[in-house]
Design a protein around this ligand. Structure first.
Ligand code: HXC
Length: 258
């Protein structure tokens, strides 16, 4: 299928989605988020996909929601046709592992979409920010919730209230990104990570993602209880016996459920 605002390809078991609106620094217009949600739905159903990489251009991962589109919206239209609920949340709802590979600007909704991914690998040129306050609004796709969980209250307040940007070095120091790499290596490093994930047992990777995400949502005692139940249930999988046998036999594991 041909898309207008994104490019999609698969390499082995990895799906790669590239935002492609260079004229607007990959601003996230309705068409783009609709196409993104469509591809994610297809990747989720596709047994051949074990991990997804979401990326943009060298200059911009995404410079936010499309301000020119947002300008025309009013409260009732946003409430009745909520773009966030309809399409943006597809990234947060995606059940397979998904990595954001960020170069250049990840601002507003761009930063929010990156934070919906399981982890962010940043190039040295990456710049993160929630500048919505400069437009007379606040973050509207999870930024006021996910940013403090990632970087703590002080930095989240600083960024959301002043609208300043955070460079890659500060983002790594603050826990927003998992790694910083030279710009020219970004996609290779993200693909290497995705390929490493995609050869694991997919149900186990999905359960691991689900369990880590619980840490965001519930208290420690309930979270640990949830983790233990899921861990125990994995002993019903052939992949558990294959993984442990492979270790004991000093060979690579070949997981059946991929
Ligand atoms: C629409 C955008 C855009 C955006 C850039 N462009 N960001 N169009 N929405 N978010 C367009 C510009 O209008 C311009 O088009 C072209 O992209 C290049 O941008 P420049 O500003 O000329 O580039 P530069 O000088 O390099 O500055 C880069 C920048 C700046 C610092 C990233 O573009 C910027 O501040 N953009 C807005 C960032 C922002 O406020 N994001 C938050 C959006 S609100 P023309 O046609 O003029 O050449 C949001 C809410 C989420 O995200 C809520 C979810 C439901």
């Amino acid at each position: 299928m041909a898309y207008k605002t994104i490019q999609v390809k698969t390499e082995g078991r990895v799906g790669v989605i590239t935002f492609s609106r260079p004229e607007a620094l990959n601003a996230l217009c309705d068409e783009l988020t609709t196409e993104l949600a469509t591809v994610l739905t297809a990747f989720e159903k596709d047994g051949g996909i074990g991990c997804v990489v979401l990326t943009g251009s060298k200059k911009a991962f995404a410079a936010g929601a499309d301000i020119k589109e947002l300008q025309a919206r009013d409260f009732v239209s946003l409430y009745m046709q909520d773009p966030f609920a309809e399409t943006w949340e597809a990234v947060a709802r995606f059940r397979k592992p998904i990595i954001a590979a960020v170069s250049g600007y990840a601002l507003g909704g761009g930063c929010e979409i990156a934070m919906m991914c399981d982890f962010i690998i940043a190039s040295q040129t990456a710049k993160f920010g929630q500048p919505e306050i400069n437009l007379g609004v606040m973050p509207g796709a999870g930024g006021t919730q996910r940013l403090p969980r990632a970087v703590g209250k002080a930095k989240a307040m600083d960024m959301c209230l002043t609208g300043r940007m955070m460079d890659a070095e500060e983002a790594e120091r603050s826990g927003l990104v998992s790694r910083v790499v030279p710009a020219e290596d970004l996609l290779d490093v993200a693909m290497e990570a995705a390929e490493a994930i995609a050869v694991k047992s997919l149900p186990v990777a999905m359960m691991t993602k689900e369990s880590v995400n619980r840490a965001y949502e519930i208290g420690l005692t309930e979270g640990v209880r949830f983790e233990r139940r899921v861990f125990q249930s994995q002993f019903a999988l052939e992949d558990q016996s294959e993984g442990m046998s492979a270790f004991a036999e000093k060979r690579a594991a070949h997981f059946k459920h991929r």
